[in-house]
Design a protein around this ligand. Structure first.
Ligand code: AMP
Length: 454
C-alpha cells in the first residue's frame, strides 16, 4: 500500500455528522416521519443516482442545477448517470414506473436523504446536503398546495422553530407564461448590458430564470420587472387565490413575493419558499446581531462571504406537467423540499433544546478478571430487560469507572468485584447518596426496575 503524504480530508463541501450532533438528526427525522405519516404520506426511497436524462428532462437543461451542479459520470456499462441533485424527479419516475397511477389518487409520498450539487460551498450551502421531500401526485385541487405548505410549517414548529414566513408566488401555467415571457423580454432586452453574464445567457435561453438571479445588479433590475401575477389566466388566478384562502384559515404566516421563481423548469402555478423572519446574524466582530433576514449565517458563516440573499429553509410548488412529461398519464402534483442542514442550523441558532439520544440509568463497574469475563453477558441481560446501561470496561480502577458513571449522570452503579462474582451477588450503589447494598445477582433486574421506578 502506498504511504499517504498528508492525511486525506473530507471532500470540499461535505461534512461528517458526529455522534454529538446525531440527536438533532434523530429529532428531525422522527418529527418528519410523525408529521408526514399522520398526514397520510407513505415513505419512498429512490436510488441516489438516476439516468442523467431524467434531470435534463425534468429539472431542465438550462437550469443552474443541471448545467453546472450535477455530479455526472459514465458507468462501466456506458450509461450516463447523475447523483441526484433533488428528489422530486426520482419520485415522479418511481410513481410512473411502479404503476402508482392505478392507485387511488392522489398518491402522497415522502422521502429523506442526501442530495448532491457541485456548488461553491459556504455557510448553509454544501455539496452533499440533506433534504426531506413531501409530494402529492395525481390531484390539482389547490387544497393540496396548502396541505404541503402546512405540513412543512408543522414540521418546523414541531422542531421548535419560530418566526417562520412563507413567501408565496405563482408562475402560472404554460399558457400564461408564454405571454409573460414576451413581457419580460420587452423589459429586459433594452437593459441587457446591465445584466450579469449568466443572465445575458438566460435572456436567450430561459428568460423566467432572470427573476431567480441573486446578483446585486440583477436584483436591482428585477425590482421593476413585470410581475407574472398581473398576467395570469383565469384558472391560474383562481387556483392561487384558493391556495391563499386555505392558508389564511390555517393562520400560516405568509407574504407575497411576485419575483419568486424556483430553480427548476418543472414548476407550474404555485411556488413558495420558507424563511426565518428574524435571523441571528454574526457580525464582523463575531457577535450575534438580530435583524430582519437579509442574509444568512447558519453554522457561523462569515457575513462577508454572502451575497445579499437570504437562505431558505426549503421551498416547493406545483408541477402539473412533470409526470406526463416523463411519459406517465396526466397527473398534476405539488410538493416541497426542506433542507435539513439548514433546519438543524436554525434549531441551534434559536437555542432549541434536544434530548440526548441515549441516557443511561445504570453503570456497570467491574473489578478483577473473573468479574470482567461475566460483564458482557450481564450487560446484555440488563439491556434486554429494557434497562439503559453504560460501561467503561477497558478501565480497571473502580475510581475511574465511578467517575465515568458520574459523568454519565446515572442513578445507580452496579459493582461486580472478584468476591461478588464468586458469591453470585452484586453491589448496587445509589449515586446521589453513595449508599450501597449487596443483592443476589439473579434478582438484579427486578431490584433495578423497582429502584428506578422510584
Ligand atoms: P431546492 O431543491 O433548490 O428547491 O432546495 C430546497 C431546499 O434544500 C433549500 O431551501 C435548502 O434548504 C436546501 N438546499 C438546497 N441546496 C442546498 C445546498 N447546496 N446546501 C444545503 N442545503 C441546500
Amino acid at each position: 500500500m502506498a504511504k499517504i503524504k498528508k492525511p486525506i480530508q473530507v471532500p470540499k463541501g461535505t461534512f461528517d455528522i458526529l455522534p454529538d450532533d446525531q440527536k438533532y438528526w434523530k429529532k428531525v427525522r422522527s418529527a418528519v416521519s410523525d408529521v408526514a405519516q399522520s398526514y397520510g404520506f407513505g415513505r419512498i426511497d429512490t436510488p441516489m443516482f438516476e439516468y442523467s436524462d431524467l434531470y435534463m428532462a425534468s429539472v431542465g437543461e438550462a437550469t443552474d442545477v443541471v448545467e453546472k451542479q450535477m455530479y455526472s459520470f459514465k458507468s462501466k456499462g456506458g450509461d450516463m448517470l447523475s447523483l441526484r441533485p433533488e428528489g422530486t424527479a426520482g419520485v415522479a419516475r418511481a410513481y410512473i414506473e411502479n404503476g402508482m397511477t392505478n392507485l387511488p389518487q392522489p398518491v402522497k409520498l415522502y422521502y429523506t436523504g442526501p442530495m448532491f450539487r457541485y456548488e461553491q460551498p459556504q455557510a448553509g450551502r454544501f455539496r452533499q446536503f440533506h433534504q426531506v421531500g413531501l409530494e402529492i401526485i395525481g390531484d390539482m385541487d389547490p387544497i393540496y398546495d396548502a396541505e404541503v405548505i402546512n405540513a412543512f410549517v408543522v414540521i418546523c414548529r414541531e422542531l421548535g422553530l419560530q418566526n417562520l414566513n412563507v413567501e408565496m408566488n405563482t408562475i402560472g401555467c404554460n399558457k400564461c407564461r408564454s405571454d409573460f415571457r414576451s413581457q419580460l423580454l420587452r423589459y429586459y432586452k433594452p437593459r441587457a448590458a446591465k445584466l450579469c453574464r449568466d443572465c445575458k445567457r438566460r435572456l436567450k435561453e430561459n428568460p423566467l430564470r432572470l427573476l431567480d438571479c441573486k446578483e446585486e445588479k440583477c436584483e436591482q433590475l428585477k425590482a421593476h420587472a413585470p410581475n407574472l401575477i398581473d398576467h395570469l389566466c383565469e384558472e391560474c388566478h383562481s387556483h392561487f387565490k384558493a391556495v391563499l384562502e386555505y392558508l389564511d384559515e390555517t393562520e400560516i404566516p405568509y407574504s407575497l413575493n411576485p419575483h419568486l421563481v424556483r430553480g427548476f423548469d418543472y414548476y407550474t402555478k404555485t411556488v413558495f419558499e420558507v424563511f426565518l423572519e428574524d435571523e441571528h446574524i454574526v457580525g464582523d466582530d463575531g457577535h450575534p446581531r438580530t435583524e430582519k433576514a437579509e442574509q444568512s449565517s447558519y453554522d457561523g458563516g462569515n457575513e462577508k462571504t454572502h451575497r445579499r440573499s437570504k437562505l431558505a429553509l426549503g421551498g416547493g410548488g406545483r408541477y402539473d406537467n412533470l409526470v406526463k412529461l416523463l411519459g406517465g398519464k396526466d397527473a398534476p402534483a405539488v410538493g416541497t423540499g426542506l433542507g435539513l442542514d439548514r433546519v438543524i442550523g436554525a434549531m441551534k441558532q434559536q437555542g432549541v433544546k434536544v434530548p440526548p439520544i441515549y441516557k443511561p440509568d445504570v453503570f456497570l463497574v467491574q473489578l478483577g478478571a473473573l468479574s470482567k469475563k461475566k460483564c458482557l453477558k450481564l450487560y446484555e441481560e440488563l439491556r434486554q430487560a429494557g434497562i439503559a446501561v453504560a460501561e467503561s470496561f477497558g478501565k480497571d480502577s473502580i475510581k475511574t469507572q465511578l467517575r465515568a458513571a458520574d459523568r454519565d449522570g446515572v442513578i445507580l452503579s452496579l459493582i461486580l468485584g472478584q468476591k461478588e462474582a464468586i458469591d453470585g451477588v452484586i453491589i448496587v450503589r445509589d449515586m446521589a447518596s453513595g449508599a450501597q447494598e449487596t443483592v443476589p445477582l439473579e434478582k438484579i433486574v427486578k431490584i433495578l426496575k423497582e429502584k428506578l421506578k422510584k
